[in-house]
Design a protein around this ligand. Structure first.
Ligand code: ADP
Length: 348
């Protein structure tokens, strides 16, 4: 394909995008802006042709494009980025022959603003609901202390506790999800995974006692501190170990191992529980995904389908990874790797 042919195709493509109001720009492989359509000029509030001839590596407002250009990966899935400090855009990048790259920009600032407002409102509601739910649990506990209860009363109280605990779990997941969706930065500090594990085990102590789960921990000697967000990493442990307890029949075993190699600290949470079939395994980290189970009656296992997606997002934000191996009726192993030195990816 000749360069001229490529260029004329590119100009044509830009015109077509202009006719449907989609902002687009073409850069060569070195980042020099070749063409900008009028929808993009209007979006960026630039004079016509002002950007042409400039290198995007030197235009402050377009910093996120550099990262995409350097990675040279076509962005079939759009990337969300803040341009010119005010425009939240969904950006796609495609290679076009030898001309370079075409970027398209979809302004979703209004949507982002509404989503942020909704997240803030949800967060406030979740926080406000915590107190009444604690009150329900507190008064239910007091009923137990007022005298002997018959079996039926005991059963009803048990149901009140289960419902209140489920509501607390749902609220906790909602608060986590809204935090993740509003792109709040991690609070990085030196963290010892062994201490984070201990506080997660404290949080889960009742759950573990109720399910009579045997938990064994193996912690390698002298694990160095990592840079991490302790509160969020505690959530990773709580969700993984909580699941291991929940999806393992009463009296089951959970084994937690902390180890390290040159680059990673490795958390392994293994159980001998109900496991997950191969067909469902690829989906478990998706938001709201729950493995379909036969038992939807009284003994169904409660959950929101958010726990593992929260784990994955927190681990991703630490530049780590999480994987699962599982076999139905045998058990599951979740492995999290966190880099020994962690920093959130800078914007450019
Ligand atoms: P949930 O609130 O449903 O537990 P998660 O996102 O934590 O949501 O998990 C998603 C699904 O993955 C669960 O519904 C469950 O079917 C499966 N799962 C997670 N952990 C385990 C485990 N340790 N053993 C078996 N299944 C698991």
């Amino acid at each position: 394909m000749s360069l001229i042919h490529d260029t004329s195709t590119a100009i044509q493509a830009l015109r077509q995008l202009d006719s449907v109001g989609l902002a687009a720009m073409i850069c060569d492989a070195t980042g020099i802006v070749q063409l900008v359509n009028s929808a993009a000029d209007a979006l960026f509030d630039e004079e016509p042709s002002q950007l042409e001839g400039q290198n995007i590596f030197e235009v402050d407002g377009l910093a996120p494009l550099r990262k995409m250009l350097v990675a040279e990966q076509p962005q079939i899935n759009p990337e969300m980025a803040l341009l010119y400090n005010r425009l939240h855009c969904l950006i796609r990048m495609q290679r076009i022959g030898r001309v370079g790259y075409i970027f398209t920009f979809e302004d979703v600032s209004e949507l982002k603003l509404s989503a942020d407002r909704l997240a803030t409102a949800l967060n406030t509601v979740a926080h406000d609901l915590k107190a009444p739910i604690s009150a329900v649990k507190g008064f239910a506990d007091l009923v137990r202390n007022t005298g002997e209860l018959n079996d039926k009363q005991e059963m009803f109280l048990g149901r009140i506790f289960t419902a209140a605990n489920n509501m607390e779990g749902l609220l906790r997941d909602l608060v986590d999800i809204t935090w993740l969706d509003t792109d709040k930065p991690l609070t990085l500090e030196p963290v010892r995974l062994a201490s984070v594990l201990q506080s997660a085990l404290d949080i889960l102590a009742n759950h573990r006692t109720k399910r009579q789960t045997d938990i064994a921990t193996t912690i390698a000697n002298d694990l160095p501190e990592i840079q991490g967000d302790g509160r969020r990493l505690e959530r990773v442990f709580v969700n993984l170990i909580g699941n291991a307890i929940k999806y393992t029949p009463v009296g089951g075993s959970v084994t937690i191992t902390l180890s390290a190699n040159d680059s990673w600290q490795i958390i392994e949470v293994a159980d001998n529980g109900i496991g997950i079939s191969a067909e469902y395994l690829p989906h478990i980290f998706k938001r709201f995904y729950r493995v379909p189970r036969d038992n939807d009656g009284d003994d169904k296992i409660d959950g929101t389908g958010l726990g593992l997606s929260i784990v994955k997002t927190i681990v991703d934000r630490h530049q780590g990874d999480v994987t699962a191996i599982s076999e139905p009726e045998k058990g599951s192993v979740f492995v999290v790797r966190l880099p020994t030195s962690t920093a959130e990816t800078p914007d450019d």
